[in-house]
Design a protein around this ligand. Structure first.
Ligand code: ADP
Ligand code: XUL
Length: 516
């Protein structure tokens, strides 16, 4: 039996995906929702944005409780974890965890009789973990950019211009605002490498996929960039773990998990990566050719790139592809939460949201357009939230639904042009991807067929595939077995869509520019 486990630590939940590579099946999927299952942390969506000023953070202790809970649920569901040969994971990108020197020793000596959070709470040098939704570091981005000699130079080195949510600017802000806590910090981990260290029972490396989302790694060399690191904060170099290829095996799973949940002591732990790099693998898109759209809390568009390309506008990023080479990524913060805002405003459920609303309106919404930025947006940059219509009036719920979807996906098409590829098909994933109406609007706006895979758990599946591949299984075989398109769910563009949306793209672009 060859079983591999992928864990997906996302913004709102922690999901486990267990695969069997002998018979090519996903044998178990199990999830912990931070808001619903761990209500005592008081974070209904998994993060705290109540402080204002663009500050958004989460609680690493909640993540640790979620790890204990998801594994306990698997055991309670009757899953025999002793058959797992390798485990890896996927973490929401850019978020960081700050640890004292106690951590390295304590993580190797965890007692199964107590929880992870109880044993590691006093190893945090900072209670809060800033996450990808935080955009409070404009000042620090400007400082890093000025010292390095401009945005182009930061981008040439790291694959991205200095970006508010990226880890380097976040670290700089912490070092400036809380120098004593920064000095007490011995290690700074990404969400991905924090979880990977817990599983391995030792301080493990950051992988090159997720490491590229920090403004600290030299993308072409795949190593920390001395000048970026020195510019970001004093003494940072000694606080960063190593950076290694994503397929590195860090060792075998810690005895905590062997004794508590029944893992085999031979179970290999493979470095974790970011959620988007893992989704690239889980969508069968690690090799060039497919454009993937992921509809999660944020919406993202990504594709494998043989050579690193840079977005001249600075919104798109180049990350490491966990299977080698590079990947592009553009992130839109107003993803599911914006769609939910419209759904909730008119007290719709998801089926009324798409099926009914879209049948009541036509492609192009009779000329009605919305800039769908309920919250401050990353792409394009909008520092204050607030939606805008191009026409005043009392718009019906159905017009709102079409306007938010067309606005989101026209904005996505506009900001994918830097990739310079005309996709022939799109692969769709994420929590909202099963929604047929949303898939139809995407097929129409991009004027290509939209495919969906059998599972929507692409990040967790990608992590499981990465674990299997690092343990010697063939990526080609794994992709052909696990990343099959579910043809019954393919959505074709409607007739006339290309003409409607080619024309709308330039009107939308002008509307956007007029409101910036
Ligand atoms: P993340 O990985 O960022 O935590 P997911 O990929 O799990 O997020 O997606 C969660 C989101 O999916 C929810 O916020 C919800 O708005 C959206 N969602 C779930 N079901 C549907 C549906 N049927 N139609 C549209 N959106 C949906
Ligand atoms: C990507 C990004 C988000 C997070 C959370 O740059 O910020 O997609 O990875 O999913």
């Amino acid at each position: 039996m060859a079983h591999f486990l992928g864990l997906d630590a996302s913004t709102q939940s922690l999901t486990a995906v267990l695969i069997d590579t002998d018979d090519g099946s996903i044998i178990h999927v199990c999830s912990v929702n931070f808001g619903k299952d761990l209500p005592s942390f008081g974070l209904p969506h998994g993060y705290d944005d109540s402080r204002g000023g663009g500050v958004v953070f989460s609680n690493p202790l909640m993540w640790l409780d979620a790890l204990d809970l998801v594994l306990q649920r698997m055991v309670d569901d009757g899953v025999d974890l002793s058959s797992v040969r390798g485990v890896s994971g996927s973490g929401q990108q850019h978020g960081s965890v700050y640890l004292t020197s106690e951590f390295r020793q304590r993580v190797g000596d965890l007692q199964p009789s107590k929880s992870l959070s109880a044993q590691l709470a006093d190893c945090l040098s900072r209670d809060e973990a800033p996450i990808w939704m935080d955009n409070s570091t404009s000042q620090e981005c400007a400082e890093i950019t000025a010292t390095l000699g401009g945005s182009q130079e930061v981008c040439r080195r790291s694959g991205s211009v200095a970006t508010e949510r990226f880890t380097g600017p976040q670290i700089r802000k912490f070092a400036k605002e809380s120098p004593a806590q920064y000095a007490a910090t011995d290690r700074i981990h990404l969400v991905s490498s924090f979880f990977a260290s817990i599983l391995a029972g030792s301080d493990v490396a950051i992988d090159r996929g997720d490491g590229a989302g920090m403004n600290l790694m030299n993308l072409s060399r795949g190593e920390w960039d001395d000048e970026l690191v020195a510019t970001t904060a004093d003494g940072l170099s000694g606080k960063l773990p190593d950076v290694k290829e994503s397929s590195a095996v860090s060792g075998s799973i810690s005895t905590y998990f062997v004794e508590k949940y029944g893992f085999s002591s031979d179970c290999a732990t493979v470095l974790w990566s970011g959620d988007n790099p893992c989704s690239l693998v889980g969508m069968g898109a690690a090799q060039p050719g497919s454009l993937v759209i992921s509809l999660g809390t944020s919406d993202t568009v990504f594709a494998s790139m043989p050579e690193a390309k840079f977005d001249p506008q600075g919104f798109g990023h180049a990350f490491g592809n966990p299977m080698g080479g590079f990947m592009s990524l553009t992130c839109f913060k107003n993803g599911s939460l914006a769609r939910e805002a419209v759904k909730d405003r008119f007290e719709l459920d998801w089926s009324a949201f798409d099926a009914e609303s879209l049948s009541e309106t036509a492609m192009g919404n009779g000329g009605l357009m919305m800039l769908p930025f309920f919250e401050p947006e990353i792409t394009p940059r909008m520092d204050t939230g607030g939606i805008v219509f191009n026409r005043d009036g009392d718009h019906s719920p159905a017009q709102w639904v079409r306007a938010v979807l067309e606005g989101q996906f026209l904005n996505m098409r506009l900001h994918s042009q830097w990739l310079g590829i005309a996709p022939q098909r799109i692969r769709l994933t994420g929590g909202a991807s099963r929604n047929n109406g949303i898939a139809q609007v995407i097929a129409n706006v991009f004027a290509v067929p939209v495919d969906r895979l059998v599972t929507t758990e692409s990040a967790g599946l990608g992590a499981a595939i990465r674990a299997a591949s690092a343990c010697g299984e063939s990526l080609d075989v794994l992709e052909s077995v696990f990343c099959k398109v579910d043809e019954a769910f393919t959505v074709m563009p409607e007739s006339g869509a290309a003409e409607v949306y080619d024309a709308l793209l330039s009107s939308f672009s002008e509307f956007l520019v007029s409101k910036k």
